[in-house]
Structures are given as structure tokens and as C-alpha cells.
Design a binder for this molecule. Sequence first.
Ligand SMILES: Cc1ncc(COP(=O)(O)O)c(C=O)c1O
Length: 373
Amino acid sequence: MLDRYEASLRGLARKSRLRSLSGRAGLDFASNDYLGLAGSKRLAEAVATALANGTPVGATGSRLLRGNDPEHEVLEEKAASFFGAERALFFGGGYVANFAVLTTLPQKGDLVVLDELIHASAHEGARAGRAEVVEARHNDADAVDDAIRSWRAKGGTGRPWIVTESLYSMDGDRAPLDELMAVAGRHDAFLFIDEAHATGVYGHDGRGLAHHLEGRDNIVVLHTCGKALGASGALVTASAVLCDYLVNRCRPFIYATAPSPLMAVASATALDIIADEPDRRERLARLVTLAGTRADALGFKPSGSQILPIIIGDNGRAMALAEALQARGFDVRGIRPPTVPEGTARLRISLTLNVGEDDVSALFDALSEECSR
Ligand SMILES: Cc1ncc(COP(=O)(O)O)c(C=O)c1O
């Protein structure tokens, strides 16, 4: 009964692609807790106070039934105003929110154009949705334009949806948002921007790289709460009409227990911290500059962001390097296909305020030694 699963696991092991769960050990060069908020006193105190004042741990039902707590509404109002959108809707996580948006908003007859390196959750949502789906070359607005033109030429009559991350999770590079916006404008298209790795870190006061675009009718944005915000969940920001539509039509929103109201409190507090404590972004920026300089000196291209991929290529070699660094006390993880394209296995160095400049220097000293072995 279990043979085919065992065979599949053996196949993964042969390709150095077998994964297993491991604990948290060593200096944090692996999490997405970019601003160090997950363990911050202010976040912990806000949650403890809410709990002491009677906020329930669980929402106890769907938002459409008894699960709609004031904490959810407070967060959504704060998020809409913080990000500059008409409305916001809180989901249990970014994966489900991407899936929810892409299975609900693009309609039959529409076209979804995905960046080829878009997160797995967007792929899953687009594939499970009703619209036709095509992929366009990474960060290539002309390729998106071409995809829409050729779909129209073949008789496509619905509306195009352009789907991009603003800061790519495995490469740390930025999308050409203004060029994509221009393409969207030319084709009366929606632009759906996943800000998972930019929210809290980039844009005016950490409002994201798409902050200047939010509030327009054709813009839908995803802000995850489990990365720089240090909590969990995700906020979809969009027009009131699209949020109302999601409340009425989005099955992952309707048929699910609402996220914990305590996470709504944590996420709302994180937005306050992000606005009040700009020095966190400044400290992170200094780590990014230092790591970029050190990576460059070793012949690895700096990404210019807190996500710094050290591309190794071979799966086994990338995992061996990650293990060697872990053994020296640095929690650096290797990332292999299918998460990244074949032949681009890498170390994904993630910079967070959970480490300091000395730690970054020590990591690159160790990396230099391990690479020359
Ligand atoms: C770009 C991107 N979008 C969405 C998600 C999913 O978000 P969450 O972890 O909140 O489910 C991730 C998580 O890794 C991500 O990197």
C-alpha cells in the first residue's frame, strides 16, 4: 500500500531532493522575521494584554457566522489606511490568500499572466481557478504585454490579470512594478502584487513597494503577516467592491474558521511598530549593505535586499555547504528544485534583526572558508 510513496521518497533522495523537518538552531540566517518582531516585547505585550482583557484564542467560526471578532475589523481598518487601500480582508495565511484571490477574482474567459518565478501558492490558485493561465519571463514587462496581445489576437475577450511578487522570495530582486502597471493600463488589466517579502521593509514607512499604486480600482495587493510583521496571517488590500465580492464568493474565506483574533491584535500592533520604529528598517539596511559587499567580494551577485541568494547550482553541493555552515552555528538553509529552477540550488541567506553586523561578518568568513575547501 505504501510502496509508491516509498519509491517516490527514494527517487527524491537519489536527486538530493529529499527533505525532512529540522529544529531551530544557530544564528538566524533563515527566517523571514526581517525586523525581529516575532520575539519583540511590544508584540508579546499587546497579545498578553488582549488575552488578559478577554480576547478569545480562537475565532470559533467563519467570519460570516460567529467568527467575526472586533479585532479582525480593527486590523482591517488599520491595514487599509496604512497601505492606502479602500479596504482590507484578513486571511489565515499568505498561501491561502493567494489561492483564495486567484480562484475567486479572475473569471471564466479572463487571462492570468504569472511571472515564471511566482510563489507556489499563486501557481496553485491560478491553476485551480477558472481563467486561462500563461507564464511570462521573469520580471519582463514586455513578455507580459506580448502574452496579453497574443491572447487577444486568438480571441481572448475577458480581462487580463497580471500577477507578480514585488520582491522575489528566492532571489531578492524587485519586480518592475511601474512597467507592469503601464502594461495593465494599456490592456485594462488587473495587477495583483504579492508583497510578502516587502511589507514592513520597503516603501514609505514600510508600506510596501506597491504603496504608490494602492487605492486604484485595478490593484489587488497581498501583505503577509508572518514575515516582517512577526505574526501570522495575510491581508488582501483592494477596492471595497472586490473585498465585498471576496466576502460573498471566496470559498477559502467563507468555509473556514477565521484566523485567531490574537493574531489580528499582533498584526495590528506590528503595523504600529513598523510606523513608529523606522530605525529597525535602517538597521536592516546596514546589514543588507554589509552582506552585499561581502558576497560581492566572494564573487556572488548581491541582490540589494535582505534576501541574498548564493547560487551554487548542484543540489548536493548546496546542501553540503548549508550543513557545513549549520555545523559552525549559522542557520543557513539550502534551497533546491522544485522551489527554485533546476540547476540553481542555492543558499538563501536571509538577513534579519535577529543577528548583528559581527554575525554577518562571521558568516561570510565561514562561507569563504567553506567555499574554498
Ligand atoms: C511570495 C510569497 N507569497 C506567499 C507566501 C505564503 O505566505 P504564508 O507563509 O503567510 O502562508 C510566501 C511564503 O513563503 C511567499 O514567499
